[in-house]
Design a protein. Structure first.
Length: 160
């Protein structure tokens, strides 16, 4: 029976000459296995994510349609979701980790104008973002996600 515990490689030097190099196959297999594990199985960051929910009002009325985005202050992952009839909810698998976040909220309403949508092949209502910049691009809103808390937030906005 043949001993396959060593593999021979042919290598070339800078003058075009070749030489034979041998190495232990067990070490080679171990290196391949480690590479496979790290590439395909991945590494967990150990970060735990939490569900969040809440209510958004504009001028004391539930926000009909919008988007909420949480940007971490420090480390963390940016998360966001839809606001429908004033309510938003992110399950744990799409939620934030523990920490403080800057919150941006955008809301849309029809402008009364129409434009042609190439994908739909028809005229559609043009929607515009109408909340002041202090709630989105220059947001002063924040929240803190805590371990062991229900993480429900309420944001009372003014359209002016």
């Amino acid at each position: 029976m043949r001993d396959l515990s060593r593999v021979v490689l042919f290598t070339f030097d800078n003058k075009g000459r070749y030489s034979m190099t041998g190495f232990n196959t067990r070490g080679f297999v171990f290196c391949c296995w480690c590479s496979f594990c790290s590439a395909f199985l991945g590494c967990s960051s150990g970060e735990v994510y939490y569900p969040i929910s809440g209510l958004v009002t504009v001028d004391d009325q539930p926000l009909k349609k919008g988007v909420i985005t949480l940007f971490p202050i420090g480390t963390g992952t940016t998360v966001g979701g839809e606001i429908v009839d004033g309510k938003f909810s992110l399950p744990a698998d799409k939620g934030p980790s523990v920490g403080k976040y800057r919150v941006e909220i955008v809301a849309f309403k029809t402008s009364g104008k129409k434009e042609f949508d190439v994908d739909l092949n028809k005229q559609v209502d043009v929607e515009v973002q109408y909340l002041p910049a202090k709630y989105n691009t220059n947001s002063t809103l924040d929240c803190e996600v805590s371990k062991g808390s229900n993480n429900e937030f309420q944001f009372n906005l003014n359209s002016k």
